[in-house]
Design a protein around this ligand. Structure first.
Ligand code: ADP
Length: 321
């Protein structure tokens, strides 16, 4: 990046210098033309005898010189403006593509880890089950762990698959009437079983029908819950309520929160706060990107606020039918 910036700046300096030099030469040529025309006029005319005509000719020459000056100054500054605008566009798109390739690289690093770690955990649990004759309670525990890991793997594959399908516009949303109360109740029942005592759920609406793709909505909601579980270890407040013509699903955690400078960036594809070497949590940077895409596809809104005294609140708003 630094090498590119140096070459780029040198090239820009060269172009601008060449342009200024070109402008200076044109100016000099115009002055030479003017001097020669004046000389020619003086040799052709008697400035005392034909004073009126002489003055008119001088005026004409000065007028032409001023028009020439305006022309090269105008053309030069337009050219300079075009060069600067073009240079700014090239530079920002190059920076963006470098950033994206860095994030893709991070994504590859973390996705490999994310895929490998549940597989390794499942393998270990299954080998333990195979080798030892354990009592029913321990067996149940290991099987439960395997199911949890395979669910994690399933969620991850779904996210990657949906992200690439949505990108290539291959995913056809199947929209139907979805009752958010039913969907959230069923989903929270599952989560409560998987993570007992981690949720405080409040559903203050009796019916909330939206027109949506059931699977996509499920993915958007669970991405927020998975993040809250990952980035905080305290109770997570889940709420479902209606507000005007919207039904609002909110997830409030008491984790580290998200700095203001990162709030708009975390919805970008592959974006993760910090850097791969120093980050403690693993992930792909796809969850929030997908969630916001899904919400916008459903003409909804996604809001992010600070929780008090610490943590974040993510809100998804879907229009009611
Ligand atoms: P992932 O969690 O796989 O990294 P996401 O797209 O879900 O990807 O999130 C992007 C980034 O936003 C995360 O890397 C994390 O830094 C930040 N983030 C998301 N949710 C939370 C949260 N509840 N608390 C703190 N940081 C969060």
């Amino acid at each position: 990046m630094r090498f590119f910036t140096t070459i780029y700046v040198l090239l820009l300096i060269y172009i601008v210098t060449a342009l200024l030099f070109w402008g200076y030469n044109l100016h000099k040529q115009s002055e030479i033309i003017f001097d020669q025309q004046m000389l020619h006029l003086r040799t052709q005319m008697d400035s005392v005898r034909d004073a009126g005509l002489y003055a008119a000719n001088i005026h004409d020459l000065e007028d032409r010189r001023s028009r020439r000056r305006k022309q090269y100054l105008g053309e030069g500054s337009t050219f300079l403006a075009v060069i600067f605008i073009g240079a700014a566009i090239v530079y920002s798109s190059f920076r963006r593509s470098i950033q994206l390739s860095r994030q893709q690289n991070n994504f590859m690093l973390s996705v490999t880890h994310e895929l490998k770690s549940p597989i390794a955990a499942m393998k270990l649990n299954l080998q333990t089950l195979e080798k030892y004759s354990l009592d029913e309670e321990k067996k149940g525990l290991l099987i439960e762990k395997c199911i949890r890991e395979s669910n994690r793997l399933n969620d991850l594959c779904n996210n990657i698959l949906l992200a690439s399908q949505m990108e290539g516009r291959q995913y056809k949303a199947v929209k139907e009437q979805v009752d958010m109360v039913e969907q959230v109740t069923a989903m929270m029942r599952e989560y409560q079983l998987r993570y007992p005592a981690r949720f405080d759920t409040s559903i203050t609406v009796t019916e909330a029908t939206i027109f949506a793709d059931h699977l996509m909505v499920q993915m958007a909601l669970s991405n927020l819950i998975e993040n809250a579980l990952k980035y905080s270890d305290q109770t997570i407040k889940i709420s479902l309520y209606s507000s005007g013509r919207y039904v609002v699903f909110s997830v409030a955690d008491t984790g580290p929160g998200i700095p203001d400078s990162e709030k708009s960036k975390i919805f970008r594809k592959f974006y993760r706060i910090g850097n791969e070497g120093t980050r403690k949590t693993k992930g792909t940077g796809l969850g929030l990107y997908l969630t916001s895409k899904i919400v916008h596809q459903h003409k909804g809104k996604i809001l992010l606020k600070d929780n008090q005294p610490n943590g974040s609140v993510f809100e998804l708003q879907f229009p009611l039918v």
